[in-house]
Design a protein around this ligand. Sequence first.
Ligand code: HEM
Ligand code: HEM
Length: 185
Amino acid sequence: MENKIQKYTLTAITLHWLVAILIFALFAIGLYMTGLPTKAELPPGAESLRKPWFELHKSLGITVFLLLMIRVYWRVTHEPPPLPDFISHAQQTFINIAHKLFYVSMILQPTSGLLSSSFGKYPIKWFGMPLPKLGWEDQSLKELFSDVHEISAVILATFIIIHLAGVAVHVLKGNGKTILQRMLP
Ligand code: HEM
Ligand code: HEM
């Protein structure tokens, strides 16, 4: 008898891919914008590109934060489909724990960014709309949360690499279609 592939709900699938695309974009923008010269490093009169890129990074980062809130709500109210039988019990336990830690890491990333910006001197805007700051101007707290943002980016990138390696292993074993279709509409 043919085994029917059990899929995530369309909402979970949409949120997974939307968040994945935004996280990839945020890594690219984050690394690019921090390398841009500041106004002081440029010849007199030249405008730095840091401001628009930082604002875009923050806006997209806040969007990810909001999407993650919906995603966590959806995840706790909707049991994910059971993993296929060809994945051993031990592996299933590992995957379940890893996915939960993945969520923690995903949430820590925008939260640390928000906190770091909340203790900085610039206003926080969401696509031009000013947002209330969660903190006050404090250089040492800003630096602390900036460090957390940087370290958590490395942790998140590690999770993403492990995640993609996991999917790749199933593709190489010939089970890629079954696994990928769980997360495809
Ligand atoms: C930033 C990038 C990504 C993040 C943060 C991410 C995160 C996650 C998380 C947390 C889950 C568990 C979902 C749950 O149980 O609620 C998941 C599942 C999954 N992801 Fe990703 N993902 C990313 C990129 C990708 C990519 C590029 C692929 C395809 C190559 C992929 C394929 C899958 C598949 C197939 C599942 C379902 C696994 C299962 O069978 O349970 N993901 N992802
Ligand atoms: C999932 C969401 C996010 C990802 C993947 C992400 C990723 C990154 C990366 C890779 C960098 C460059 C490395 C570093 O210096 O830390 C960076 C820098 C930065 N990010 Fe994010 N970020 C996210 C969300 C946010 C949010 C929500 C904010 C603020 C509202 C923010 C504000 C900043 C700022 C100000 C920097 C410059 C360095 C600093 O002062 O910490 N990020 N981000």
